[in-house]
Design a protein around this ligand. Structure first.
Ligand SMILES: Nc1nc2c(ncn2[C@@H]2O[C@H](COP(=O)(O)OP(=O)(O)OP(=O)(O)O)[C@@H](O)[C@H]2O)c(=O)[nH]1
Ligand SMILES: [Mg+2]
Length: 432
C-alpha cells in the first residue's frame, strides 16, 4: 500500500514537471492583458468622473456574461498617445494616413460614446448596424455604446449587443417623464391630429410612440444619466449600412476643429408634419435674439431671409455631435419653447428638423461638418462619396449611382453653396 502510494506520488511529480516544461516551451513571448478600453482624452473628462457613471435606478451596465477568455487579448498597448504626436490624417495625402488600418488605432481617444435608442424587438436590426460600425471603425477604437429604451432591455438584447461591441456597453431605461405627454398637452386635440393624419395616410401620423421617440431624441437623450459623463455622441439606428472604411476618428475631427454637429445626408422634410414648426421657431428667435449665431446657416434653412422654412434638414438617424452643445442653455431653451407649443403632439415634429434648425441658427457655420468620408445608408437614402479614386482609397462597396447627395430632393448641394464649398468632380453626373 505504502509502495503504491509512493509510486503514485512519483507519477504526479513527473506529470507536473512535464507540464511545466511544456508550458515554458510553448508559451508565447508576448504577454496577455485584460481587455481594456483605451483611456479617454484626459482633458475632456469632467473632473472627478469616470465612465461608467453612477447608476441611478434607471441605469444598468453590461451583464457579466462574457467568458473570462473573452476578456484577454494579445498585448497591444492601449493608446495613451498624445494628439500632437499623432496628428489626424484625413486623406491618403497626409503623412500619417494609415493605409493598413490593422490593430488598435494610435492617437488619443475622445470622451465619446455611440448611442442607440431601441426596442427589444430591434435586436437583430441593431446587431446588423453594430457589426458594420465595428468592422468599418470601432474595432480599432473601442468606444463605448449606450443603449436606451422606454422599456427594460431583455437579456437577449443585452447579450447580443454586448457580444458585438468592442467597447463597454451600458443599458438605460428612460424615465417616464421623458416618454409621455407633458401635462399641458390637450389630449383631445392630440388624438384628433392622429386620427386626421391617419386618414390622410401620413407616415407614422397615427403613432403615439413615434411622437414620444421624436420628442425624446429632440430634448432628452443627451441628458440621460448614462450620457452625462460623455462629451460627444454618435447616433446609430437599426438596419443602417456603412460602405467605406473610416480611417480617422470622427469624434476627434469634431474636437480638434471646434465642430458641434455633423451629418451625411440632408433632405426636405414632409411639410404636413411640421406645419407650425417655423412659426414656433420665429417666436423663439424673437424672444432670444442673443442666441442666434452671428455666422449662422439661415440661408440653408430659408430662401427668404427667415420668413419661411424651406424644409431643409440634416437627417438625424446619423449624427456625430457635441453633447455639451445639446445640454447648453440656448439649445435647452429652444427645445423647451417648442415643447410648450405642443407640436410634437399636435403635429408630428421630427427630431431631425428640430436638431437641424437649432444647429443652423444657434451655431456658426464653421461648427457644422459634412462627413463626406462616412458612406451611409438608412432606408431609403444612400450617401456614397463622389469620385472613384476616393471610393477606392476608402475601400467602399456602395454603388455611386445610388448617391443621394446631388439629387433634387437632397439639400446637400445647397449646403455646399451656403458654405462656399467646391462640389466634387463628377457631381453633375449624379444629379439624375
Ligand atoms: N425604445 C423604443 N425605441 C423606439 C421606439 N420607436 C422608435 N424607436 C427607435 O428610435 C429610432 C428611430 O425610430 P425609427 O422607427 O427608425 O424611425 P425612422 O428612422 O423615422 O423610420 P424608419 O424608416 O422606420 O427607420 C430607432 O433607433 C428605433 O429603434 C419605441 O417605441 N421605443
Ligand atoms: Mg430609422
Amino acid at each position: 500500500m505504502v509502495g503504491s502510494n509512493a509510486r503514485y506520488a512519483r507519477y504526479v511529480a513527473i506529470a507536473v514537471f512535464t507540464l511545466a516544461i511544456f508550458y515554458f516551451m510553448t508559451s508565447p513571448d508576448h504577454e496577455t492583458i485584460p481587455l481594456q478600453r483605451p483611456p479617454s482624452h484626459p482633458a475632456s473628462r469632467p473632473p472627478g468622473s469616470e465612465v461608467p457613471p453612477s447608476h441611478s435606478p434607471a441605469d444598468e451596465i453590461s451583464p457579466p456574461h462574457r467568458k473570462e477568455s473573452d476578456d484577454q487579448v494579445t498585448l497591444q498597448k492601449p493608446s495613451h498617445d498624445d494628439e500632437k504626436d499623432f496628428p489626424l490624417a484625413m486623406s491618403p495625402m497626409d503623412p500619417n494616413w494609415d493605409d493598413d488600418i490593422v490593430g488598435l488605432a494610435r492617437g488619443p481617444r475622445m470622451n465619446a460614446t455611440f448611442v442607440t435608442l431601441a426596442r427589444n424587438s430591434d435586436v437583430w436590426e441593431i446587431a446588423r448596424s453594430i457589426r458594420q460600425v465595428e468592422d468599418r471603425f470601432n474595432r480599432r477604437y473601442n468606444y463605448d455604446w449606450v443603449f436606451l429604451n422606454d422599456q427594460p432591455f431583455d437579456d437577449t438584447f443585452k447579450e447580443v449587443t454586448t457580444s458585438l461591441v468592442s467597447g463597454k456597453t451600458h443599458y438605460g431605461q428612460i424615465p417616464q417623464e421623458h416618454w409621455s405627454f407633458p401635462e399641458w398637452i390637450d389630449q383631445e386635440r392630440a388624438k384628433k391630429t392622429r386620427e386626421d393624419m391617419s386618414a390622410r395616410k401620413i407616415i407614422y401620423g397615427d403613432s403615439v410612440s413615434y411622437r414620444h421617440m421624436c420628442r425624446f431624441e429632440s430634448g432628452f437623450f443627451f441628458r440621460q444619466p448614462l450620457m452625462m459623463n460623455y462629451d460627444y455622441y454618435w447616433r446609430v439606428e437599426p438596419s443602417i449600412e456603412l460602405y467605406c472604411d473610416i480611417h480617422y476618428d470622427p469624434f476627434r475631427v469634431l474636437h480638434e476643429n471646434g465642430k458641434k454637429y455633423s451629418f451625411v445626408l440632408s433632405l426636405y422634410e414632409y411639410v404636413e408634419t411640421i406645419k407650425t414648426l417655423w412659426d414656433s421657431t420665429k417666436k423663439f428667435m424673437k424672444n432670444h435674439p442673443e442666441y442666434i449665431a452671428a455666422d449662422n446657416s439661415m440661408k440653408f434653412l430659408s430662401d427668404d431671409g427667415g420668413e419661411t422654412y424651406n424644409r431643409c434638414h440634416f437627417w438625424s438617424n446619423f449624427e456625430v455631435g457635441s453633447l455639451n452643445w445639446l445640454r447648453s442653455k440656448p439649445y435647452i431653451d429652444y427645445f423647451e419653447s417648442l415643447d410648450k407649443d405642443g407640436g410634437f403632439f399636435y403635429e408630428r415634429w421630427g427630431d431631425a428638423p428640430v436638431h437641424s434648425i437649432a444647429a443652423g441658427l444657434l451655431l456658426n457655420k464653421s461648427e457644422i461638418h459634412f462627413f463626406n468620408d462616412i458612406a451611409y445608408y438608412h432606408v431609403p437614402f444612400t450617401h456614397c462619396p463622389t469620385g472613384e479614386k476616393h471610393r477606392r482609397d476608402l475601400r467602399c462597396h456602395c454603388n455611386p449611382k445610388e448617391n443621394f447627395d446631388w439629387k433634387g430632393y437632397s439639400c446637400t448641394s445647397r449646403y455646399f453653396e451656403v458654405n462656399d464649398m467646391e462640389k466634387p468632380d463628377g457631381y453633375k453626373d449624379q444629379t439624375k
